[in-house]
Design a protein around this ligand. Structure first.
Ligand code: F1P
Length: 291
């Protein structure tokens, strides 16, 4: 059978990340300057990429950065700059934020001329990372990659890790009953995104937590036949506790965003094993447009 669109699209991530790194110098002046107070906004995958960006920017010492799901933006807070991430440029909740705010905005979108570009102060068009599949893979990581690179990260080295992730073996994980994804700092966003991927593409039972909060109850879920998947470094004591549960432990020395590619691939693999079409998740369209 021919490949699903999302499989083809996710396999291009190493190239797309290199293109993104090459593209950054031409748009860096449109992104928030270091030191200013920023709000990052998005929905679904784009919300989690906003979350990742906020943690990356703050931990790089480049300024306070909050993140919001579009519907939850706090108009009462003072910000110097809002960054909106939206692949389609048509998502209702982010359009609402752009309509209401008087704060300078930069929108990062895949679609030139989309409604958000009419409303934003600045637009960054990453059409080279656009996708046809409803399920976001390379768009999300390219948007976050741009923002990581703007905060000093070498995206070319992550692209080398992406090649490894794309070619890696997933076999042991394809038959587990449940996965809990864990992260710390900016990788909490990757854990959330990985859990979303498996839920939307495969209707699979997945959860996501900050690594240390996992101890506060959710760890009870871990057992033989299930998996715990860690993005970034794992605390050695927690590692022992996870192994003792009998759950399969997945961790990696790859760049965490490259490690996310394995989770994207797994989501598609599980969907296919269940006879589902991962390009068309139940109840989801390319962009959510509310009445
Ligand atoms: C975001 C979104 C996601 C959803 C799916 C389709 O759209 O609606 O919420 O999970 O991946 O896209 P966008 O604002 O990034 O276009």
């Amino acid at each position: 059978m021919s490949q699903y669109l999302c499989e083809t699209e996710l396999a291009t991530q190493a190239d797309i990340w290199r293109k993104t790194a090459d593209f950054l110098p031409s748009v860096a002046h449109l992104l928030p300057q270091h030191g200013v107070k920023v709000a990052a906004v998005g929905c679904g995958s784009s919300w989690f990429m906003s979350q990742g960006y906020a943690a990356v920017r703050e931990s790089a010492g480049n300024g306070e950065t909050d993140f919001y799901a579009g519907s939850e933006f706090n108009f009462g807070r003072k910000y110097d700059h809002i960054v909106v991430i939206t692949r389609s440029g048509t998502t209702s909740e982010v359009i609402e934020v752009l309509k209401k705010t008087k704060i300078p905005t930069t929108v990062i979108t895949a679609v030139a001329g989309s409604p958000v570009t009419e409303l934003a102060t600045h637009s960054i068009i990453m059409d080279f990372a656009d996708e046809v599949s409803v399920v976001q893979t390379r768009w999300a990581t390219a948007a976050l990659g741009l923002l990581r690179a703007h905060n000093g990260f070498n995206l070319y080295s992550a692209a080398a890790d992406a090649e490894i992730a794309i070619a890696s073996n997933l076999e042991d994980l394809a038959h587990v009953e449940q996965i809990t994804f864990l992260g710390r700092g900016w990788t909490i966003a990757l854990a959330q995104e990985a859990a979303l991927k498996t839920r939307e593409a495969a209707q699979f039972w997945s959860e996501a937590y900050p690594q240390f909060d996992y101890r506060h109850g959710p760890m009870s879920i871990a057992q033989t036949g299930r998996a715990v998947w860690v993005f970034g470094e794992l605390d050695p004591k927690l590692e022992k506790e996870i192994i003792a549960t009998g759950a399969l432990l997945e961790k990696s020395t790859l760049d965490p965003m490259a490690h996310l590619i394995r989770a994207q691939r797994l989501a598609i693999k599980i969907a296919k094993l269940k006879g589902m079409d991962p390009d068309h998740p139940r109840g989801l369209s390319r962009s959510v447009i509310l009445d």
